[in-house]
Design a protein around this ligand. Sequence first.
Ligand SMILES: NC(=O)c1ccc[n+]([C@@H]2O[C@H](COP(=O)([O-])OP(=O)(O)OC[C@H]3O[C@@H](n4cnc5c(N)ncnc54)[C@H](OP(=O)(O)O)[C@@H]3O)[C@@H](O)[C@H]2O)c1
Length: 328
Amino acid sequence: MVRAKSWVLKKHFEGFPKDSDFELKEVELPKLKDGDVLFESVFLSVDPYMRPYSTRSMKEGDTMMGTQVARVVESKNPTYPVGTYVVANSGWRTHFISDGKDLHLLPFWPEKIPRSLALGTIGMPGLTAYFGLFEICKIRAGDTVLVTAAAGAVGSVVGQLAKIGGCKVVGCAGSDKKVAYLKQIGFDEAFNYKTVGSLEEALKKASPDGYDCYFDNVGGEFSSIALNQMKRFGRIAVCGAISGYNDTVPQKGPYVQIPMLFNQLSMEGFIVSRWNDKREEALKRLLKWVVEGKIKCEEHVTEGFEKMPAAFMGMLKGENLGKAVVKV
Ligand SMILES: NC(=O)c1ccc[n+]([C@@H]2O[C@H](COP(=O)([O-])OP(=O)(O)OC[C@H]3O[C@@H](n4cnc5c(N)ncnc54)[C@H](OP(=O)(O)O)[C@@H]3O)[C@@H](O)[C@H]2O)c1
């Protein structure tokens, strides 16, 4: 018998999440039936979407949502022999039983590439960067691209893909260490949005002619300011709005219509699953670029399943450089 640990949402978050909003539970898993597979989680992802989606689609007492890289430890399903690795969407659990549906196999994973990247650059965040940049921003060589939360899971891939696409890239992040990292991985300009005297001046200095594309991961005040620095016919991909995820009262700010109108901008929100039909092809490309060294990957790894809430809250505070994951 296997005892599985899981983290549940004990109390809906009010404002920034707290330790007491989470509860660690332990259950004994039943024996496998024909077709079943027993998995153990190896790496679990902590992502910003868990904060807004906990309110939208979870009840108190539910297991925290999320994905993991998991390994088969016992199997009554020939598609998943013992030792097989998958990406699953089974929430914050150490072990789980699956009937084999809705799993993504990691079949041809090169030995030298950490499997945890299937939760980051070669997984959902990498795909978000890929589709947001190519399908929404529709980048062209020579464009100037601005990206926020640039040193994170999505942002760091956005910047590197835009460089592959022949663009000039400007990134903003919340610490000097992150800014140094952005320059190291090829961003043309980068600044710490928390310490610059004026965001407007910093954006102007980084690109005096303005921006063709804005990959918006944060929303809020920063985006209101950035909107005024878009070039004519500029394209804005609204990927995330993390600056508002913990707000109890929605932010108010300058409204978008005037800059949208006079610069004839396009702004489109998107959710990565829109392109599920192109997922495999995009993952192959991302994997190839990683193997070739054209995309560098950084991970912020927290050790221990018990630290899932701390890793999640740390990511929301900006403690992560690159993708935040937990190693069980
Ligand atoms: N549309 C989609 O399908 C989709 C898919 C995946 C992710 N997303 C969105 O993309 C964004 C980035 O996600 P990720 O997984 O790559 O996370 P991440 O960037 O790895 O981690 C979150 C980062 O957000 C920054 N941040 C936190 N609070 C902030 C604030 N008030 N203002 C500005 N920045 C803040 C922090 O970096 P700093 O130190 O730089 O502040 C933190 O490290 C999120 O908004 C997420 O919801 C959207």
